[in-house]
Unconditional design. Structure first.
Lengths: 113, 113
């Protein structure tokens, strides 16, 4: 079945550092890929997505590129802020009428001033 | 309301009790999903509705779990004879259809003692 493997945390960085959170997936066909973020005390929110190979999703300074050859969707940000502290989840949605999301285990990110 | 609303936010149940968790999706959203999120893990799919039809219940862990959406709007997840392993956050998500962004509620944290 479908699965998502995500870099384990927690990750602690200083403000303005470069961020990478690795994500690889296993799926049949051509899934859509997502990054969700969960800020303290809030629900899951969609951060960015990509629906086909070589697509780049971007939002709030975060980027991720759908790499079919390496089955990866790594999340990057050039300069993190304290407000980026949250838990980040990589997820995929299969095709062939499979609507559910399959999530990774999440990576807790803490940014220190 | 503007978002997905879940109630109660917190529920403590004694082992063996029945519980009912409610989800109010965004008005007009056709698709509704339930996920279970154990501590330190990513959400795991439980079941999916399209309007009032339950199209996929493959993620329900046992026959003690039952979900309904009788009028195609509000949904209830019922757990009978709760066990300690049922302790988790139960998330509801809704979307216009199966291919558009899913919006998540803040979840119900169930603790079985």
């Amino acid at each position: 079945g479908d699965s998502v493997t995500q870099m384990e945390g927690p990750v602690t960085l200083s403000e303005e550092a470069f961020l990478t959170i690795n994500c690889t997936y296993t799926a049949t066909g051509y899934p859509s890929l997502f990054w969700y973020v969960q800020y303290p005390g809030e629900g899951l929110q969609l951060l960015l997505k990509a629906t086909k190979a070589d697509d780049k999703g971007s939002n709030k300074g975060f980027e991720a590129t759908y790499r079919k050859e390496t089955t990866s969707f790594h999340l990057e940000k050039g300069s993190v802020q304290v407000s980026d502290s949250a838990v980040y989840f990589c997820a995929l949605r299969g095709n062939f009428g499979n609507e559910k999301l399959t999530f990774g285990t999440g990576t807790r990110l803490t940014i220190i001033p | 309301g503007a978002g997905v609303s879940q109630s109660p936010r917190y529920k403590v149940a004694k082992r063996g009790q029945d519980v009912a968790l409610r989800c109010d999706p965004i008005s007009g959203h056709v698709s509704l999903f339930w996920y279970q999120q154990a501590l330190g893990q990513g959400p795991e799919f439980l079941t999916y509705f399209q309007n009032e039809a339950q199209l996929d219940k493959s993620g329900l862990p046992s026959d003690r779990f039952f979900a309904e959406r009788p009028e195609g709007s509000v949904s209830t997840l019922k757990i009978q004879r709760t066990q300690q392993e049922d302790s988790a956050v139960y998330l509801c998500a809704s979307s216009w259809d199966e291919n558009t962004e899913a919006f998540f509620g803040q979840g119900t944290r169930l603790t079985v003692v």
